[in-house]
Design a protein around this ligand. Structure first.
Ligand SMILES: O=C[C@H](O)COP(=O)(O)O
Length: 249
């Protein structure tokens, strides 16, 4: 089954309203591959502004970078899944390694958030990936499988999920995983899906790669059989993001 190429731009905690406006204008002017699904994740404060700017080009959707699983209440500083739904934000990134490492989110937290997001009709980019220490101990696949096993019971409809493999050691470091290293883990994720979920889900699940993706390395990665797109950090703030969206052209 052909899986639609997916490229997410995670702007993280960067930019201003003005720089967001310029990024949107650049995307609207770029000639993007119509066979690529493009999603951008601005900071929470900028989400609605960017969504409104993009409305002229409905092909590009917006995503939250995180959400809290409770619907409402005394959770100062959080944005809930239901608030994203209410605001018409269709996607949310969950389990990003910066949430796991800096903000100490656990596999259980991410499972709860995933369930809540899907229950509120959001589509979810679930992130998994190992640290450098875990890779050096040959535990990359064990770690990713552990993270997926924790999230899987929360998923009733895998069509609403994209899995992002993001080795922590490759994020923002300029050390991109080689195409072979990334493909090996992506193939293991697809095998996991076939065994734990179903062959049908395994065939259709989009597994995207994140970690220092740039215009100069995206094409080789995009040619791997189990790499269905990218989650891009730093380069999503630059004009080269359009080239990354067009990696399969
Ligand atoms: O969400 C994106 C990833 O953390 C990758 O970030 P990066 O492209 O800056 O390495």
């Amino acid at each position: 089954m052909a899986r639609k190429f997916f490229v997410g731009g995670n702007w993280k905690m960067n930019g201003t309203l003005d720089s967001g406006k310029k990024l949107v204008a650049a995307l609207q002017e770029a000639k993007l591959d119509p066979n690529t699904e493009v999603v951008v994740a601005p900071p929470a404060l900028h989400l609605l502004f960017v969504k409104e700017l993009l409305a002229k080009d409905s092909k590009i959707e917006v995503s939250g970078q995180n959400a809290y699983h409770k619907v409402s209440g005394a959770f100062t500083g959080e944005v809930s899944v239901s608030q994203l739904q209410d605001a018409g934000v269709p996607w949310v990134i969950l389990g990003h390694s910066e949430r796991r490492t800096i903000f100490k989110e656990t596999d259980q937290d991410i499972a709860e958030k995933t369930k809540a997001a899907l229950d509120h009709n959001l589509k979810v980019i679930v992130c998994v990936g190992e640290t450098l220490e875990e890779r050096e101990a040959n535990k990359s696949i064990d770690v990713v499988v552990r993270q997926l096993n924790a999230a899987a019971p929360s998923v009733a409809d895998w069509n609403k999920v994209v899995v992002a493999y993001e080795p922590v050691w490759a994020i923002g470091t300029g050390k991109v995983a080689t195409a072979e290293q990334a493909q090996e883990v992506h193939a293991a994720i697809r095998k996991w899906a076939a065994e734990k979920v179903s062959k049908e889900v395994s065939d259709s699940l989009r597994i995207i790669y994140g970690g220092s993706v740039a215009a100069k390395n995206c094409r080789e990665l995009a040619q791997q059989p189990d790499i269905d797109g990218f989650l891009v950090g730093g380069a999503s703030l630059k004009p080269e993001f359009a080239d990354i969206c067009n990696a399969r052209l």
